[in-house]
Design a protein around this ligand. Structure first.
Ligand code: PLP
Length: 428
């Protein structure tokens, strides 16, 4: 496999782009080598500029749940494009997408569309404060909620990949209202509530996806909701990654928990820039123009993005691929574990439906600390062998792999072959 054109573009990109990327997770800092430059994608495959074909387990870090360029999504976006790209005024499409989203989450009466997951969460946090009249937010170590100042502490994802404890440029004042707790450890949350009556909300990825995949144990989420509400705080579910992915109603539906505020992104736009936050009327009516919490956006509810979201979610509901995801996810999990055993490699696989990832460790992984026991050098070796054998993975131990509904039996064979080669290389 050759990567000459990618190498050339990388060198060219370095001149006017920072690290030749527009998001640090796309850099290959933790796995070595240069990032691949992509030319196109279709269905379950992605193609780099050198013409190499890969089974895509990144799918744009989650949004492309139907695979790339689904014909219904493409048709809807093209149709919308013909009517104009942005109006700065309301359209019927926003109402349609709002109904689809609110119908999917039981206590969500209203939703507000924004342009990214980061925006959804920063607005969701502001709303929690507006609703409760309190200031502090509890977040969990290893959970990533976008790159807003207040939550860029112990934030997993790209920061973990680059071994950064937090971000430079975030003033102390911006994080003074952020309290850190440990995932799957209710006591660590209780302690904060015991010492502080100024806590507006607890924000959580209901399935951790940014420290690798980490699953809530026992009744962690239910207990968390109860604890937060008992103390006059709200539970904010950051379902940017899990919304419409874990099931149509997100991780909350699957886990039987209803958060007070839900933040969405990724799948909701089907590859176009859409984020959203929603809640019951009592909470949402704090948002301007009804209430006093200001939040706005020139391109929010963009008609092309709305068309992408409506067509993606409509098709997703029709396909209902969640059983298929479970089945394929399970097959890939078994492939990983059995191959690791064959080559005597210590491996733990965490998976929740269509989200999964392997950790090169022998200990179970239920929080960020345990995730960090993974041997990232081994992951680097594994990553490159997977690439060379036709499987596109996120270039980080701490990013989840995602399935899409276009994946087929042939792709699974490619994955199995690549895993065999990659595990052998790791074992050497
Ligand atoms: N929240 C979670 C759980 C995420 O995984 C991400 C991004 O990966 C975000 C928020 C931020 O979303 P965006 O990158 O669209 O700003």
């Amino acid at each position: 496999m050759k990567f000459k054109k990618s190498e050339k573009l990388y060198k060219k990109g370095l001149k006017n782009l920072v690290g030749a990327v527009n998001s640090p997770v796309r850099a290959f800092s933790s796995v070595g080598g240069n990032p691949l430059f992509i030319k196109k994608a279709k269905g379950s495959k992605i193609y780099d500029v050198d013409g190499n074909e890969y089974v895509d387990l990144v799918v744009s870090y989650g949004p492309m749940i139907l695979g790339h360029r689904h014909k219904k999504v493409e048709k809807a976006a093209k149709k919308a494009l013909k009517n104009g790209y942005s109006f700065g005024a309301s359209t019927e499409a926003e109402i349609k997408l709002a109904k689809i989203v609110c119908d999917a989450f039981p206590e969500m009466d209203k939703v507000r569309f924004v342009n990214s997951g980061t925006e959804a969460v920063l607005s969701g946090i502001r709303l929690a404060r507006a609703f409760t009249g309190k200031d502090k937010i509890i977040k969990f170590s290893g959970c990533y909620h976008g790159h807003q100042d207040a939550l860029l502490v112990a934030a997993g994802s790209g920061l973990a990949t680059l071994s950064l404890p937090g971000s430079k440029g975030v003033p102390e004042g911006a994080v003074k209202n952020t309290l850190i707790a440990e995932y799957n450890n209710l006591e660590s949350v209780e302690k904060h509530f015991e010492n502080d009556d100024n806590i507006a909300g607890v924000i959580i990825e209901p399935i951790g996806g940014n420290m690798g995949v980490v699953i809530p144990q026992n009744n962690f989420l239910k207990d968390l909701k109860e604890l937060a509400n008992k103390n006059g705080a709200v539970l904010i579910a950051d379902e940017v990654m899990t919304g419409f992915r874990s099931t149509f109603g997100g991780a909350q539906e699957k886990l039987g928990v209803i958060a007070d505020i839900t933040c969405l992104g990724k799948v909701i736009g089907g590859g176009f820039p859409v984020g959203a936050y929603g809640a019951r009327n009592e909470i949402m009516e704090n948002v301007a123009p009804i209430g006093g919490m200001y939040q706005a956006g020139t391109l929010s509810g963009n008609p092309i993005a709305m068309a992408g979201g409506i067509s993606t979610l409509t098709e997703l509901k029709k396909q209902n691929p969640y059983d298929k995801f479970e089945e394929i996810g399970n097959i890939i999990e078994i492939i990983l574990l059995e191959t690791a055993k064959k080559y005597n490699v210590d491996l733990v696989v965490n998976r929740f439906g269509s989200m999964m990832n392997p950790f090169f460790t022998e200990s179970k992984v239920t929080n960020f600390e345990e995730a960090q026991t993974s041997d990232t050098e081994k992951f680097g070796v594994f990553f490159w062998e997977m690439i060379k054998n036709g499987v596109f993975l996120p270039p980080s131990q701490f990013e989840a792999w995602f399935l899409n509904s276009a994946i087929c039996d042939k792709d699974i064979k490619v994955i199995a072959n690549a895993v065999d080669k990659a595990m052998l290389a790791v074992s050497k």
